[in-house]
Write a protein that binds this ligand. Structure first.
Ligand code: NAD
Length: 357
């Protein structure tokens, strides 16, 4: 099969880590008989430098014409003082909205070989954990009406949260289907004891749970969920939640794995085209030094194969190669922490992954 992939390398370590993922995709393609065609487009700071815009029209058109999109990261100190609408990060909201990506999938897995990197106590992570957060990405309070006004106590600011039945049902569908493909356990996280949007959210999730009787479904309040994630993360399989709760909880979940350079993500819409990216930023402090950990981007490429192209075996092959490399003790500098040892460069780590494919 032939697949076209738009490459948005972006800024900082973006080009280094995307190049690694491209090498891995080429090797998997050669092994399984697929052809991946890569076309680079500008996004973020490098796009501002070249065109004056963080998200040029050509980039949007190119992504829309591709089967899928692989993104590195955007931003850096050079562009930090630009006004909000002109900043590199603005391009992320723009491209998500242009591609209609309403779901964010963030797996958080504790690799057995990296247990020591977790900030949680050894007895809590002894059994490991591998959870998936399904976050609603284009609705809720981040997109609601906001402003400043005169209030009861003088000038005030306000933000509003609104969720429609349609938006809740479509993210619910993704969550239940995701649970069906995993361990069939889904927890919906809300604040139904206070928020009306959460009460509608919970009502609809309950209705949908009747359609998915094989999925063990439960609700949890967000304050409890924040606590349960650090108390016993192994209890979770799939979590579904709103935009803001998902933003906060997915950062918490990634942190307890202990390794920002390891975590992948997928943003999906109603078509097969998705956008895949590591959860970390452009790491300007190590950019251009061949020190970045490419694994989060390599695993994002594996998610692309799994979710956009239905190439399960090929995705498994990449994930197993990463597991094998870690089990053999190979580490980039970020994974060594204070424990010392020899750090592999970004290209050396890529070579190790390629050897295991
Ligand atoms: P960051 O994730 O870029 O870096 C935080 C720390 O983690 C740094 O010390 C960095 O060296 C390290 N790190 C991150 N990824 C790594 C990797 N793959 N290998 C090894 N070490 C890694 O976060 P930040 O420093 O807060 O932000 C830097 C820039 O990235 C900012 O301009 C920010 O706006 C942007 N950003 C972009 C995205 C995105 O493109 N999706 C996400 C977050 C931040």
């Amino acid at each position: 099969m032939k697949y076209s992939i738009a490459l948005l390398k972006g800024d900082g370590i973006g080009p280094e880590i995307v190049d690694s993922a491209v090498e891995v995709l080429k090797k998997v393609g050669a092994k399984y008989g697929h052809e991946f065609e890569f076309t680079p487009y500008l996004i973020g700071g490098c796009a501002i430098d070249a065109t004056g815009e963080p998200l040029p029209e050509e980039t949007v058109k190119g992504c829309l014409a591709s089967d899928s999109v692989l993104l590195g990261a955007v931003g850096g100190p050079k562009w930090d003082n630009l006004p909000g609408g002109k900043r590199p990060e603005k391009a992320l909201l723009g491209i998500r909205s242009a591609l209609g990506l309403f779901t964010n999938l963030r797996p958080a897995k504790l690799y057995p070989a990296l247990k020591n990197a977790s900030p949680l106590r050894a007895d809590i992570v002894a059994g490991g954990f591998e959870l998936m957060i399904v976050r609603e990405l284009t609705g809720g309070i981040y997109f609601g009406e906001r402003g400043r006004r005169e209030g009861k106590y003088g000038p005030e600011a306000f933000d509003t949260e609104a969720y429609s039945r349609m938006e809740i049902e479509r993210i619910g569908r993704v969550a239940f289907e995701t649970a069906m493909k995993r361990n069939r356990k889904l927890v919906s996280i809300d604040k139904a004891n206070v928020l009306e949007t959460s009460r509608l959210w919970r009502e609809i999730m309950h209705e949908m749970s009747k359609e998915y009787s094989e999925v063990e479904y439960s609700d949890m309040l967000v304050d409890n969920a924040a606590m349960q994630l650090v108390r016993n993360p192994g209890q979770f399989d799939v979590i579904v939640t709103s935009n803001m709760f998902g933003d906060i909880l997915s950062d918490e979940a990634s942190q307890i794995t202990g390794s920002i350079g390891m975590l992948a993500s997928a943003s999906l819409g109603s078509t097969k085209r998705g956008m895949y990216e590591p959860i970390h930023g452009s790491a300007p402090d190590i950019a251009g030094q061949n020190k970045a950990n490419p694994i989060a981007t390599v695993l994002s490429a594996a998610m692309m194969l799994r979710y956009s192209f239905d190439l399960k075996e090929e995705a498994d092959c990449i994930e197993k190669a990463v597991d094998a490399v870690l089990e053999k003790g190979f580490r980039t500098a970020d994974l060594l922490g204070t424990s010392g040892g020899n750090a592999l460069s970004c290209t050396e780590m890529t070579e190790k992954i390629l050897e295991n494919i």
